[in-house]
Design a protein around this ligand. Structure first.
Ligand code: ACO
Length: 377
């Protein structure tokens, strides 16, 4: 006997799954706030470290609070010799997202408070993750190129540290600013797929390292964070602004996805795009290479005119990272280095007022039937 089909929200479209005080997306005005502050204002007024503090403590830090926070995180940057050995044994062609997912899981086993899921311990573990993730990303990246890891310098800012660990040098201030802006924009975005994954894992009372490992796994997909890498591969494939219209028409003919466009929540523009585009354009000026941004402009105009679909944050972030000199497979790991702040804020919020997340499925398989013995199948 078939049952009536319940109201199914495939992809959980339009479903409010919980309350949250961390961030707010307002699609009707294309705006996003973290703890009540507009992201574009945070980008102009704050460093990434200040925004990390804000996400975890609900208020912006004073000078003294910021100094203490920076000191706590900077002191935890080194990763263990055991983790470095494991990283060196990773397949050299492993994707850096797989490397950082595995490294975070390993950090969970090594963490001195791995068995303590209290909020104070979870906060300390979050700070250690924020500190160590760039070191693990950079060590895996360098190992893949046959290079030794670089020791972190506690005097560096978060951004300076990342560049130093990857390249062995710190770039010009305008490059650091563009990088910091990208980290702020990537830090948090309500109940997106990876954040909701981290909350779901937390709802079973599992630990923060498990939640963040799962969040990284969810972020890798090209429909989510993996899109910033896919955007850059796409821009290279297009082959310059003069080919962009024709290239896009072919995509339309094949009804193929165009990476870096569309969003589940924003339908008339992603609030983060204007700010990231401004800094990606600055990077193009600094580097003296306008090919990628000119190509992007043609693609965005045609997507809007013919499909009424707007770009998302990954669209300007991809070329911005490329112009900063990063290899394409590092783009989504950079997203991880930033988003760990938002994920950890949600882990703390979920654990503080928890209920196991467990939706229902409507069964559409065969009716109940007898099990035939093996020799009669
Ligand atoms: N290229 C071509 N068509 C698109 C795109 C795109 N990038 N995005 C949406 N559409 C089309 C859909 O095919 C659909 O058309 P249809 O109604 O004719 O079937 C229509 O626009 C509406 O889209 P939805 O399917 O409702 O979008 P949904 O909310 O399910 O998916 C998603 C959102 C996954 C982001 C989608 O837009 C997409 O795949 N984009 C490309 C990947 C990407 O850039 N991801 C990054 C997301 S942002 C972030 O993670 C920071």
């Amino acid at each position: 006997m078939s049952e009536a089909t319940p109201d199914i929200k495939k992809g959980l479209v339009g479903v409010y799954a919980d309350v949250s005080t961390i961030s707010k997306v307002m699609p009707e005005t294309n705006s996003l706030t973290y703890r009540g502050y507009a992201v574009q204002d945070l980008c102009e007024e704050c460093t990434f470290e200040e925004v990390a503090y804000l996400l975890w403590n609900a208020e912006l830090p004073t000078r003294a609070q910021l100094a203490a926070f920076n000191a706590e995180v900077a002191a935890e940057r080194a990763i263990s010799p055991a983790l470095l050995r494991v990283i060196k044994d990773f397949p050299h062609d492993a994707h850096p997202m797989d490397a950082i997912r595995t490294a975070v899981s390993f950090m969970g086993m090594e963490d001195p408070e791995s068995a303590d899921n209290s909020e104070p311990a979870t906060r300390r573990k979050a700070a250690r993750l924020l500190a160590k993730i760039p070191s693990a990303i950079a060590a895996a990246h360098r190992a893949g190129k046959g290079l030794e890891p670089i020791q972190p310098d506690p005097k560096h800012t978060f951004g300076e540290n990342f560049f130093n660990l990857v390249f062995g040098k710190v770039p010009a201030p305008e490059v650091l600013k563009a990088f910091d802006v990208s980290l702020i924009l990537y830090a948090e975005h309500t109940f997106n797929a990876s954040t909701y994954t981290a909350r779901l894992v937390t709802s079973t009372m599992a630990d923060i390292h498990g939640a963040i490992t799962a969040g990284i796994a969810a972020l890798k997909g090209p429909l989510h964070g993996g899109a910033n890498e896919a955007v850059m591969h796409m821009l290279k494939e297009v082959g310059g602004p003069d080919h962009a219209e024709e290239w896009l028409s072919t995509r339309f003919d094949h009804k193929a996805l165009v990476m870096g466009f569309g969003h589940r929540v924003y339908k008339t523009g992603d609030s983060r795009v204007p700010t990231m585009t401004k800094y990606a354009e600055k990077m193009a000026e600094v580097v003296g290479d306008k090919t990628w941004m000119n190509t992007s402009r043609v693609l965005a105009a045609k997507m809007l005119k013919e499909k009424n679909i707007h770009p998302n944050l990954d669209f300007p972030a991809g070329p911005a990272y490329y112009l900063m000199g990063f290899d394409i497979p590092l783009f989504t790991p950079i997203f991880v280095a930033s988003r760990v702040t938002g994920w950890a804020a949600h882990v703390i919020e979920q654990a503080a007022d928890n209920r196991l997340i467990r939706p229902l499925s409507h069964y559409t398989g065969p009716e109940q039937r007898p099990v035939p013995p093996l020799d009669r199948r």
